[in-house]
Design a protein. Structure first.
Length: 202
């Protein structure tokens, strides 16, 4: 995904006043950098964490038990990272990502080259992803770019980052405000998330 496509996503977040934060390990802040490459991103991006070491994750608020029980390279850890970023920075959306770039990490037995876990947290709903790639001929920066791009380019229609969903959020928010609805009934997971976010009073 090129930067112009990423810009469209971030601009949708700006247009709908939807805040986002990050906690990154293997991408070393690249996702945050890609978000802030869009002009005006400061309106929705209060900041992010680069937590390269286990102890740094724990220092920021990730539960040490999760790392011990599931490993630092796990969907549970990625989710805990997203939850920590969302809680600490008070955002509607948060991203947590952990994985191995180049060489296998000798300090963590669950390290597998080319394997990454990330979680996109939208409100109280978590979307967990696992991705495996052949990276032996790639530089560390190329691997980081590959992983970061995957966060922006989830390969199915119901991605919480889908631009249509962000546009729908804006329309829902307007309708709920104008019609003063007290109850909104939804039949799909993403629809439920959008309705809950649109119905929140900030």
């Amino acid at each position: 995904m090129n930067q112009q496509e990423k810009d469209k996503i971030v601009r949708k977040l700006i247009d709908t006043n939807t805040t986002i934060s990050t906690m990154e390990s293997c991408t070393s802040g690249l996702i945050a950098s890609m978000i802030t490459d869009t002009e005006g991103a400061s309106a929705v991006f209060p900041g992010g964490y680069v937590t390269y070491l286990n102890k740094t994750k724990i220092l920021c608020g990730v539960d040490e038990k999760i790392i011990k029980e599931h490993g630092v390279y796990s969907k549970q850890c990625a989710r805990a990272m997203a939850e920590t970023a969302q809680k600490n920075l008070h955002t509607e959306i948060a991203v947590g990502i952990t994985g191995t770039t180049g060489n296998v990490d000798p300090n963590n037995a669950d390290s597998m080259q080319g394997k990454v876990f990330f979680c996109i947290l939208v409100g109280e709903n978590a979307y967990d992803y696992e991705y495996n790639a052949e990276v032996t001929q790639m530089s560390r920066h190329e691997i980081k770019e590959l992983y970061a791009d995957k966060v922006f380019d989830i390969p199915f229609e119901r991605s919480p980052f889908n631009s249509k969903n962000i546009g729908a959020y804006k329309q829902l928010k307007k309708i709920i405000k104008e019609e003063k609805y007290d109850i909104v009934h939804c039949h799909t997971p993403v629809g439920g998330i959008l309705a809950r976010l649109a119905g929140r009073k900030f």
